[in-house]
Design a protein around this ligand. Structure first.
Ligand code: ADP
Ligand code: MG
Length: 312
């Protein structure tokens, strides 16, 4: 943290105030206010990475040309300690989403989906050869099984059948090492609603640590994880396909559906694990985690059934 004063000074700014943004982060995140010599005030977010967690910096350096139109990045330092400086985008979409009205939610979804479709339609033939390619692995399933087993010791309602059902879905679909059927595009990798901000009449993405080439359905099905309403999931899906077409990304609809269900199940499994973690960390009440899990487990069954029907 001591470096931020000098780093801002080198940009001709005087540090005025810092406040830590608390949470389980990949490093230390501060809200920082600064002033230029002409008295102009700035509000930034400064993210300093913990050792071994500086992947986001490498991604930024490899793909800044792709990322900058979607993030309000101001500066990247790759010397020690690695850090980034972004414009302060206010509060993530997630903070207001669950209490918003249905028309407000629809509007938010439209805006996010428009930006995602824009990102996914970028021409990437010249992308850095070292830029990662994402594949589904066994990681989500293993983490989810562990978390649900732990949860089972804490609360009676956590059903051991859930683990069996999820494992069955992975086996039935050959999810581990599934090969995406859609063409690979530039994906953000973690666009849940805490990583998305509405600012200056536009949606912005932060937290590019997991950016990689993948199916566009990778991002889309992560975004869906914060929508606890089948109507909104369907609404987002219709609008997303429309926007891909508008951006001239024409996908074969069967490939789209296959990727949709495969990635949706893998991400729902990962989110079950993560939400249980949040419950253990005291960030969800028992009532909240129960509601979340019942919905997500039923979504996995719904997706599996829909896919099996398609593949008959
Ligand atoms: N540019 C920003 N503007 C406003 N808040 C931010 C900004 N960057 C990060 N934050 C806050 O810090 C949180 C964590 O930042 P993020 O980069 O997503 O780190 P992590 O990798 O730990 O998820 C965000 O969810 C948000 O609340
Ligand atoms: Mg984040």
């Amino acid at each position: 943290m001591k470096h931020v004063y000098q780093r801002l000074h080198n940009k001709g700014l005087v540090l005025k105030n810092t406040k830590m943004i608390k949470g389980a982060h990949a490093g230390y995140i501060y809200r920082v206010t600064a002033e230029s010599e002409y008295g102009r005030q700035y509000s930034f977010v400064y993210k300093e990475f913990a050792k071994g967690r500086e992947n986001e910096i490498e991604i930024m350096e490899m793909a800044s040309h792709y990322i900058s139109p979607f993030s309000k990045m101001n500066e990247i330092w790759n010397d020690s300690p690695p850090a980034i400086l972004m414009e302060d985008l206010g509060r993530p979409v997630k903070t207001t989403f669950s209490n918003a009205t249905l028309p407000e939610k629809e509007l938010t979804i439209k805006r996010i989906v428009e930006r995602l479709a824009e990102l996914h339609s970028l021409e990437t033939s010249h992308i850095d050869k070292r830029f990662p390619i994402h594949r589904i692995t066994a990681e989500s399933l293993e983490w989810c099984s562990d978390q649900l087993s732990k949860l089972h010791f804490h609360v009676k309602w956590a059903d051991t059948k859930w683990i069996k059902d999820i494992k069955y879905a992975y086996e039935r679909l050959g999810l581990i090492d599934y090969i995406a059927q859609c063409p690979l595009v530039f994906t953000h990798g973690d666009p849940h609603l805490e990583n998305i901000f509405y600012h200056d009449k536009q949606m912005w993405f932060i937290d590019w640590e997991w950016a990689a080439m993948s199916s566009p359905l990778r991002d889309f099905t992560i975004m869906l994880q914060d929508l606890y309403d089948p109507y909104l999931i369907d609404y987002a899906d219709t609008y997303y396909t429309e926007q891909l077409r508008k951006n001239n990304l024409t996908l074969d609809m069967e490939s789209y559906q296959q990727d949709f269900y495969h990635f949706y199940i893998d991400h729902t499994t990962m989110m079950i694990a993560w939400e249980v973690e949040k419950y253990f960390q005291g960030l969800h009440s028992e009532e909240e985690i129960k509601k979340i899990l019942l919905f997500k487990v039923s979504e996995i069954s719904r997706a599996l059934n829909n896919l099996m029907k398609r593949n008959l």
